[in-house]
Design a protein around this ligand. Structure first.
Ligand code: ZN
Length: 265
């Protein structure tokens, strides 16, 4: 996890909203990075301070309608909302705040709150959340030793195993000849639905292939890195495919190419 990711996740960490593995990555970065640790300490101090009742200020009655009006979700309107919030925060700071120390504290708190609003508004997109969910699930499947519900190198065993467990028939393809033997399958719950997972190996590296109905991506596989893992995402034949592995980008590229050669009819 780098500085930017750490600072992105900071509000969620303070609110205890991170997954176990995200929280661990976050803490690991904090242990090694004095700069991020300092930002974290500042935010923690401010959130403690803001919880004191004496520092609470009632929001003006027209704030909520203004926020709602600005909320269709487009980046431009988020920016507008952000500016309005900043303006509002500026307008409620009393002029004598510098001489009266409790109000001085409020001023400092509000300035940092303004920064936090900025961070909070950088809400991850649906695809970013899904990517995080995939990495978490992949890591969990390795840690908990729950790679398979059905262990088999035979696609004729794996394919019928899914019958009656999910409402679609995932393509189960063996790629042993291409260097990616099928080793099993399992059911997982991801993105709010049950998904089929086919487990392959490249040498000693497991590759989890997640499949569910949909057409969210283009037909050509997009390969990228997240938290040290390589992911590929594409759609074909009415199915969404996500592959994830700790093997290299090139090896994953070979896997997706071999698989796509057999799923594109
Ligand atoms: Zn850092």
């Amino acid at each position: 996890m780098d500085h930017e990711q750490t600072l992105d996740l900071l509000p969620a960490y303070l609110d205890q909203e991170l997954s176990l593995s995200e929280a661990r990555d976050f803490e690991r970065h904090l242990e090694q990075c004095a700069a991020c640790r300092q930002v974290y300490e500042q935010h923690r101090a401010v959130s403690t301070q803001l919880r004191q009742a004496a520092l609470r200020i009632d929001a003006p009655p027209d704030l909520l309608p203004r926020i709602e009006a600005a909320l269709p979700g487009r980046p431009a309107s988020r920016e507008a909302l952000n500016q309005r919030l900043q303006r509002w925060l500026g307008s409620i700071l009393p002029a004598r705040s510098t001489v009266w120390s409790p109000l001085g504290a409020v001023a400092v708190s509000l300035a940092v709150l303004g920064l936090s609003v900025n961070i909070y508004l950088k809400v991850p997109t649906a695809e970013q959340r899904l990517t995080q969910e995939l990495v978490d699930d992949h890591v969990r499947s390795l840690q908990s030793n729950h790679l398979f519900d059905v262990i088999s190198t035979d696609k004729h065993t794996v394919k019928p195993w899914f019958n009656g467990k999910i409402d679609f028939a995932p393509p189960v393809i063996d790629l042993a000849q291409q260097g990616y033997p099928l080793v099993g399958g399992r059911l997982d719950f991801l993105n709010g639905r049950a998904v089929a997972v086919m487990v392959y190996r490249y040498k000693l590296h497991p590759i989890n292939l997640y499949v569910w109905p949909g057409n969210d991506a283009g037909a050509s596989a997009k390969i990228f890195e997240q938290r040290g893992y390589h992911l590929a995402h594409w759609s074909t034949g009415g199915m969404n495919y996500w592959a994830i592995t700790d093997a290299g980008a090139q090896e994953l590229g070979g896997f997706t190419a071999s698989l796509r050669a057999q799923t594109q009819s």
